[in-house]
Design a protein around this ligand. Structure first.
Ligand code: NDP
Length: 449
């Protein structure tokens, strides 16, 4: 065993871990980082980045449909899944190298192996026995799987990006971010998609009206829904998945994908040897300053199960490094985090849902707008933009903004800055729109619900 000593040792080379390691090292601190897989974590390798690339790819089917309405002679485009996979791999490899370069250039020593605690001051990484004054756990999560007979054949988002070929007919279990995004991707690429959710609605926790509008548009694009029902068994026979529903029919699919939430990626960490406590769902328990039950060990990102979003992990990383190395004690604020679902159409929001706002505030005003965007006006496409703006009537502040339609994430990202800084409805009224755009509706909304 090779013995090594560090001031700050990061376990996990995803978005949060890499950011914390880089920033700490750039302050002249001796930093090491262990990552057994490729650098970049879920987001770069098996999440946000490849998902967005595939999402772009799937949107082309709409563009092809629209072309002829704008005078272009239509042709029959041919899609190559293999080409997309190969190009995606190239891009991810490039990003892996960029992450490596960023770490090395800021002075972080990288260990390409998984870490496990020996005791509360020591981790083993390959042939290295590493002691550090402080540890940061940023190991993220992995897909949750249910114990169906065909478990090994059922894919998750980890596998979906590298399928050998596209299935003809897929069943997606779950109705969260991943399920909805992949349903749209597969649908856009011509796959017959069915989503199956145990409840009545997809995207629980988001604004009910927006989700209703999104579901309608997903259905209009051909995505089927099985709601308030869930398989009790799935087996694989004669190259087909047989999906059994309690007291109901059995259905057959070429492929089944589980997107049922994620669980902490902690199996090999031996956290008990470091006296790090976990919650019921195995996520690592931290205080307001990301300190675990062991005062020398911190944790951030998806593994603490607060808000499982890459930009949040990065912000937590910046926060923790500032707190530790400036010896300050600021707690992290989780309010007003903008988010997007890269469904087709896209959906993005910041702030409260109408239901949350009615519970929290005495009096609110709700403005909505529902219209066919100019881009689709020449075509038979039925897509509509839906916008909901929620205002606290007492101080006129925007407490929720929800946008369903093309480029939703890009639009909400801009407005998010203003909402975080206390944007008022009167500020929107004072702003002149850019015509003709879809987003101009946000500054011209007059009709209260
Ligand atoms: P989510 O938590 O978003 O959704 C999980 C889904 O699985 C829900 O529909 C849930 O149903 C269902 N489910 C959970 N357990 C069971 C069960 N035992 N039986 C039946 N249904 C079940 O998880 P995802 O996996 O989609 O995504 C994980 C996280 O990754 C997200 O929370 C998000 O933070 C992040 N993410 C963000 C993205 C983005 O920013 N665009 C993209 C992808 C992921 P129910 O609603 O009834 O609980």
């Amino acid at each position: 065993m090779i013995k090594r000593k560090f001031d700050f040792f990061v376990i996990g080379g995803g978005s949060g871990g890499v950011r914390a390691a880089r920033v700490a090292a750039s302050r002249g601190i001796k930093v090491g980082l262990a990552e057994g897989w490729d650098l970049g974590g879920t987001c770069v390798n098996r999440g946000c980045v490849p998902k967005k690339l595939y999402s772009y790819s799937s949107h082309f089917s709409d563009e092809f449909n629209l072309m002829s309405t704008f005078g272009w002679k239509s042709f029959k485009p041919k899609f190559s899944w293999n080409k997309l996979v190969v190009n995606k791999k190239k891009e991810i490899k490039r990003l892996n190298e960029i992450y490596k370069g960023l770490l090395k250039n800021s002075g972080v020593e990288i260990f390409n192996d998984f870490a496990s605690f020996e005791d509360q001051y020591t981790v083993k990484v390959g042939k290295n026995l590493i002691q550090s004054k402080l540890f940061l756990i940023a190991v993220g999560t992995k897909p949750r799987k249910l114990p169906f007979s065909a478990q090994k054949k059922i894919i998750t988002s980890d596998d979906a990006f590298d399928l050998k070929k596209l299935p003809k007919k897929i069943l997606i279990l779950g109705g969260g971010y991943i399920a909805v995004e992949f349903a749209s991707i597969f649908n856009g690429l011509g796959v017959d998609v069915t989503m199956c959710i145990r409840g009545r609605k997809i995207l629980k926790g988001f604004d009910d009206d927006v989700i209703e509008h999104l579901s309608i548009q997903m259905k209009e694009r051909g995505i089927k829904f099985i709601t308030s029902s869930f398989p009790n068994e799935i087996n694989f026979e004669n190259r087909k998945f047989n999906v059994h529903f309690k007291g109901k029919k059995n259905l057959k699919y070429d492929l089944v994908m589980e997107a049922l939430g994620r669980e902490p990626n902690i199996n090999s960490l031996k956290l008990n040897l470091a006296k790090v406590k976990r919650s019921k769902n195995d996520s690592i328990i931290v205080d307001n300053y990301f300190k675990t039950s062991n005062k020398n060990i911190y944790a951030i990102g998806d593994v603490i199960d607060r808000v499982q979003l890459t930009p949040v992990a990065i912000a937590e990383a910046m926060h923790i490094v500032n707190n530790i190395f400036n010896k300050s004690k600021k707690s992290f604020k989780y309010s007003n985090i903008p988010t997007a679902v890269f469904s087709n159409p896209n959906f993005a929001c910041i702030g409260l849902t109408e239901w949350e706002a009615r519970k929290k505030f005495k009096k609110i005003d709700v403005f909505t707008s529902h219209f066919k965007p100019l881009k689709y006006s020449l075509s038979k496409l039925t897509d509509k933009v839906y916008i909901k703006l929620i205002v606290n009537s007492v101080d006129d502040k925007i407490i929720g903004l929800h946008y369903l339609g093309e480029n939703a994430a890009e639009i909400i990202q801009g407005f998010a800055v203003a909402v975080v800084k206390g944007l008022k409805k009167s500020d929107l009224d004072d702003t002149i729109g850019i015509h003709p755009t879809s987003a101009e509706e946000i500054v011209t909304m007059k009709d209260k619900n």
